[in-house]
Design a binder for this molecule. Structure first.
Ligand code: GLY
Length: 361
């Protein structure tokens, strides 16, 4: 078992990573108190796999939990589903010391976290991520949100989980495409912060793709430590935290152009290949380093080009709709070699267009 803290302004967020830990979730909930009301938010697929086990463990710890479900998929990350959670909390008369527990992937974690951030001006929540993408990214760092019709994650708040409980055994049942999608965020963390971790991905690629338990536990822990280290230094993204958006400017634009027909990690992978190309053109990255990045992404069955042709100008315009735009200028996270970054708003439109054009199939 691995246990460590993310030290943030509101206190500490405890992180526990252990194979099979969902069977003992009651003990961990008890460790932060005995909430009078516990509502578990999950999607219908995840709930059918893990709710009974989680509810039984909570019951053994003397905690009765209600279940609230959403349909799986990004379409559920909206204001209407948020209202349904508030309705459930109202029916349960959930007080300020009540608890929400997010059981699922990034959509469940973002939606539940935002409900927790806003119900009675903020109640505690716990995340139990069940996808690789949520393990290494969405569950940690306190970004909670729902989508607005005009863009992804536009309505949100920073609100950290009190406790993050990761059971890497959940990864065994994930489709290969979801493992690959999560690996995009893992490669991103290596590229921006830890070149040894990049070597590690290359060395252990076959074990990672086989979802070997010890390898995955190490992968999740190393990712969470990298992200925790960044978030501890810049919780609300006033500066450094922006490096976690590497690959996201073009990635989000492509994801949005394809109306979310791509997995988030797939879009980020395309966006990282494009941002690495810009880094090379700006003289920050060597050609062999760019080739190495493209080859690792492909080894993890991740795309570096869009699945179908797209309108270059429309995708280019969409990069301006990104939350990283300040005073009309896009902030670019570029690689300065492997494992280091620079943030700049000085990338020419023509180079951005060239990078986007390279994403055409
Ligand atoms: N996923 C980027 C962040 O948490 O800041």
């Amino acid at each position: 078992m691995t246990q460590f803290n993310l030290d943030i302004s509101r206190g500490a967020c405890e992180i526990v990573i252990e194979g099979g830990v969902l069977e003992h979730i009651g003990k961990w909930v008890q460790s932060i108190g005995t909430p009078p009301v516990v509502v578990i938010c999950s999607d219908t697929t995840v709930a059918s796999m893990y709710f009974d086990q989680v509810a039984a463990s909570l019951q053994n710890a003397g905690v009765h939990a209600l279940l609230h479900t959403i349909e799986p998929g990004d379409e559920s990350k909206n204001i209407n589903e948020l209202t349904r959670i508030y309705d459930c909390l109202a029916d349960a008369r959930c007080p300020r010391d009540g608890l929400l527990l997010a059981l699922g992937g990034g959509v469940v974690s973002d939606l539940t976290g935002f409900a927790a951030a806003t119900w009675m001006r903020g109640i505690d929540y716990i995340t139990c991520p069940t996808t690789l993408e949520a393990d290494v990214d969405a569950a940690i760092g306190g970004k909670t949100a729902v989508n607005h019709t005009s863009g992804k994650n536009l309505i949100g708040a920073f609100h950290h989980a009190r406790l993050i409980v990761v059971d890497p055994q959940c990864l065994r049942t994930l489709p290969a495409r979801d493992i690959s999608s999560g690996l995009a965020e893992s490669v991103k963390h290596a590229l921006i912060a830890d070149s040894d971790f990049l070597d590690w991905h290359e060395r252990l690629a076959s074990s990672i793709l086989a979802v070997e338990p010890a390898t995955m536990a190490e992968l999740v822990e190393r990712n969470m430590r990298i992200k925790a280290n960044v978030v501890e230094q810049d919780e609300k993204e006033h500066g450094l935290r922006a490096i976690l958006n590497f690959g996201h400017t073009i990635g989000h634009a492509i994801e949005s152009w394809f109306s979310y027909g791509l997995r988030h990690g797939e879009a980020v992978s395309i966006g990282m290949a494009a941002a690495a190309f810009i880094s090379r053109e700006e003289g920050l990255l060597a050609e062999p380093q760019l080739r190495r990045i493209r080859s690792l992404l492909q080894q993890f069955a991740l795309p570096i080009k869009a699945p179908h042709p797209f309108d270059l100008e429309e995708v280019h315009q969409l990069t301006y709709g990104d939350k990283k735009v300040k005073a009309g200028k896009r902030l670019w996270v570029l690689l300065n070699g492997l494992g280091e970054t620079v943030i700049t708003d000085k990338v020419s439109d023509s180079l951005v267009r060239e990078a986007i054009q390279l994403c055409q199939p």
